[in-house]
Design a protein around this ligand. Sequence first.
Ligand SMILES: C[S@@+](CC[C@H](N)C(=O)[O-])C[C@H]1O[C@@H](n2cnc3c(N)ncnc32)[C@H](O)[C@@H]1O
Length: 330
Amino acid sequence: MSDIFFNEDRDLKNCWDKYSNEHLDSYLVSGVEDPRINCQSILTRGLIGDSLWPGELGDLINAEMQFGAVMTWLMRKLDDGVSRETLMDAVTSGNDEIVPKFVIQAYSEGLREDCIVPDYITDSLVDISNDREETQLNELSLNTFIHLWEFATRGRTCKPVSIIEAACGSANDYRFINRYGLAEHLRYSGFDISSKNIANATNRFDDVDFFVGSIMDCGAANESYDYTFVHDLFEHLSIEAMEKALEEVVRIVRKEAWLHFFNAAKVDDHEVSRVSGYHWNTLSVDRVVRSLERLSASVEVINIAEMLEGKFGYQDYHNQQAVTMIVRKS
Ligand SMILES: C[S@@+](CC[C@H](N)C(=O)[O-])C[C@H]1O[C@@H](n2cnc3c(N)ncnc32)[C@H](O)[C@@H]1O
């Protein structure tokens, strides 16, 4: 680990390693964070798919993003206490005072015989086994796109690509990259500062290159991977460490870095907020972009809420500050 960031790395490690292995293994893979419905996780899988088969899976990727939007909307409503019956009635009767049009539209599409995406809305709202919490969507519906990805990629060949994931947690995203059939086409490495996370990840996948490391100095050689991706880390670093982390992700990739932020806004300056042992900053999109451009990269900024509104008319995505940056090396 880098000397300059030794203390910060130690504090970050303690922040995550203080939790139990069981907690770390599950806390970011449920509810609206479930990578099967989280739109930024869906975006990562779409980017992986597009890097393997450029331009060939656009319809599937778009349909999965719509699925993520619909399932997130349903999950939020159930969390707000709206009953399954109320939602199902409103969907089937096309009541757009209760259910937004994009959800009703997804339901109608799912009923069409020629639609490859089944009616996952009915699957998610009915047929819940008794041992489930009332707010959970059922597994059958959550797994809809696992089957569609498997089907779309079965028998396809491609040139393998190499990907390194920083702050991989307990293989939070990788476990689904694997279940969706994408991992077999990748040379994947994942690292995290928490040894408990890496123990969990290795426990699940003992033949995958998971290692303990810091994004400030991860040990990978210059341009040793085609791509990297990072979910929900940069806001937790000091601004100095974040700048170093941006340098590091640009340094280690040949092609692109996909950086996902949960708290980045159109503000002039970063808003620093230190909480016990780590940070919970609001990052300035413009400042992050300028830092990346100084590293000779070009940046495409995707505000997730705006993208979902533009594509599907989803108006109240719960996190208006979720931002993804696709960083291309010049
Ligand atoms: C909010 S969690 C996100 C985990 C995972 N990327 C996800 O989205 O589910 C932040 C993760 O960053 C890891 N982390 C914190 N500081 C780090 C550092 N300096 N380098 C690498 N990983 C770090 C933590 O251990 C934790 O797993």
